[in-house]
Design a protein around this ligand. Structure first.
Ligand SMILES: C[S@@+](CC[C@H](N)C(=O)[O-])C[C@H]1O[C@@H](n2cnc3c(N)ncnc32)[C@H](O)[C@@H]1O
Length: 243
């Protein structure tokens, strides 16, 4: 068995792994303390205006709709387009109750089929580390924002902190991988989660990545609880003039 098969997934195959695990997703993230609260925090950090007619917001890699619900709870009058490459994850999202201002689209971020800007804000939660060309996709997302619109990248990033790596490894080995295996019968996606986080950008590199993709005023903030220093929001603004 090679290292990729043992510890993770080739990046292009991630959406099909989510297809397989979709029915367990809500139960597993529900067992993660702070998961929904942290998504709401990143949604708030977008600083979306609540006034009528409501901002247009894009939820990139919406999965079963946890990040969509976070956006809606922070800005109830938002007009949200939420998309994902996994048909099964989207099916779960669509099966929930949503106001008419929320639409779901089945497309990978590499294609953006049926996604038309301009948007006032974009939330990309737990997506970027799974992409083959994150900077290219960030650039394309920036082009979907109105000038002055913001993106919030909500992501694990542990590379710059020894403490964060130690805690992440301990929680994966002691909780996430065994619980994933117990719940779903297969640990592949949870081993991928561990490794993809360890291999992903540190927070300084992630900040540089957004700047390289043309965002200005890029700044970061972490969350509370055991994920302090592990989960971050990185916010960037689409410049008033195209770079
Ligand atoms: C960890 S889930 C996060 C879901 C949701 N944003 C949340 O916070 O609960 C990552 C999602 O990204 C989706 N995804 C992975 N690669 C993608 C791609 N290239 N284009 C669109 N979605 C993708 C997966 O199918 C999965 O639903």
């Amino acid at each position: 068995m090679n290292a990729m098969a043992r510890d993770g997934l080739p990046r292009g195959t991630v959406p099909s792994a989510f297809d397989t695990e979709a029915r367990f997703y809500d139960r597993l993230v529900g067992a993660n303390p702070g998961y929904h609260e942290h998504l709401r925090l990143s949604a708030r950090r977008l600083g979306l205006p609540a006034k009528a007619p409501g901002p247009r917001v894009l939820d990139v890699g919406c999965g079963t709709g946890a990040s969509t619900a976070a956006l809606l709870s922070v800005v109830p009058n938002a007009r949200i387009t939420a998309f994902d490459a996994s048909g099964e994850m989207l099916e779960r999202a669509r099966s929930k109750t949503w106001p008419g201002s929320v639409e779901f689209v089945h497309t990978p971020v590499e294609e953006l089929a049926g996604i038309h800007g301009p948007f006032d804000g974009i939330l990309a939660a737990y997506l970027l580390r799974n992409l083959t060309e994150p900077t290219t996709q960030l650039r394309r997302l920036r082009e979907l924002l109105r000038p002055g619109g913001r993106i919030a990248v909500h992501e694990y990033s542990v590379r710059d902190s020894r403490r964060a790596r130690l805690v992440w490894n301990a929680v994966c080995a002691g909780v996430i991988i065994p619980l994933g295996k117990l719940t779903t019968g297969d640990a592949t996606l949870y081993r991928h989660l561990r490794r993809s986080v360890l291999e992903f950008d540190g927070i300084a590199a992630l900040t540089r990545r957004l700047t390289e993709a043309g965002f200005t005023d890029v700044h970061t903030a972490t969350v509370g609880g055991w994920q302090r220093g592990i989960v971050h929001t990185v916010v960037g603004t689409a410049p008033l003039e195209t770079p």
